[in-house]
Design a protein around this ligand. Structure first.
Ligand SMILES: [Zn+2]
Ligand SMILES: [Zn+2]
Length: 288
């Protein structure tokens, strides 16, 4: 019985897609198509009930199928804390109150960083902390879609407006290969690939991590910088496939969480020094 219902639902969806192809932009059929789409979605929700990717609570039938609302229930979505201006012009640290000109936070004041600026989408709190934890340590690869969705608004930042981002390149912060083998994937590369599918911006793994550093969480900024020095390098290429295609390029360096910016600084330093990259903008899902 369930199989029959599933089959009829699939037929309905295929018919709907064909009708869309046959009559592109036909205004008089828009109401019919919208009705048909609702029927298909309702049938799908009945067969495969959707759940919030954070708390596992049921998502209401016919709730949004795009954006964050397609993945998260209302209360989890509300627990996300977006990073809104004013922010530090270098690391993106948010500040309360109003700022009329560019400013640097105490962490960036007098500090030379190799990246041009960093943008984080949300604070690492609430549902987002749970999602990142489930993704990285719970090895739940299926969360890459929602994290890429959460990262996407960083591309709307005003300093990127007017840029043709399809000419840029998404580059993930690499993991040491032993850690990647243990986890089964590099979380930054997974998010990168999904973001690339969503936006059409090309993505490539061009950096490698040369040694294991252990956890950085308990270290101060100076200790992190010392610990990370020389840890990244360009991926080895065959002589006839070098990194010349990166010369003068603009890069969006992707990571899940930005804390002090020491990792991003080291990656950007290597990209600019060894591959001649012109600009590195760091985008992260969360700000730690
Ligand atoms: Zn939820
Ligand atoms: Zn800062």
């Amino acid at each position: 019985m369930l199989r029959l219902a599933e089959k009829s639902c699939r037929i309905l969806l295929i018919w709907f897609k064909i009708s869309q192809m046959a009559y592109p932009g036909r205004r008089q059929s828009a109401a019919g198509i919208s009705w048909l789409r609702k029927c298909g979605d309702l049938a799908l929700d009945g067969l495969y009930p959707r759940h919030c990717r954070c708390c596992e609570g049921p998502l209401p039938s016919l709730s949004a199928r795009e954006g964050q609302a397609a993945w998260l229930c209302g209360s989890c979505e509300q627990s996300l804390e977006p990073i809104i201006p004013p922010v530090c012009s270098v690391c993106g640290e948010p500040y309360d109150g109003a700022m009329t000109s560019d400013f640097r936070c105490w962490n960036c004041e007098g500090r030379k960083v190799a990246f041009d600026f960093a943008i984080s989408a949300y604070k690492a709190s609430g549902a987002l902390r749970e999602l990142i934890h489930g993704f990285k340590y719970g090895h739940d690869l299926s969360l890459r879609g929602v994290l890429a969705e959460i990262l996407r608004p960083t591309l709307d930042e005003e300093r990127l407006i007017g840029e043709d981002l399809t000419q840029w390149l998404l580059v993930p912060v690499p993991l040491y290969f032993v850690r990647q083998m243990g986890r089964g994937f590099n979380q930054s590369w997974e998010i990168c690939q999904r973001l690339s599918q969503m936006t059409g911006i090309p993505a490539a793994e061009v950096l490698r991590r040369t040694r294991h550093t252990g956890t950085q969480a308990s270290l101060h900024r100076r200790q992190r910088l010392e610990n990370l020095r020389g840890i990244f390098a360009m991926k080895r290429r065959l002589p006839w496939r070098n990194h010349t295609h990166l010369k003068g390029r603009q890069i969006l360096l992707v990571d899940d969480v930005l804390t002090t910016g020491a990792t991003a600084h080291e990656c950007a330093r290597v990209l600019k020094r060894d591959a001649g990259v012109e600009k590195v903008v760091v985008i992260t899902v969360a700000r730690g």
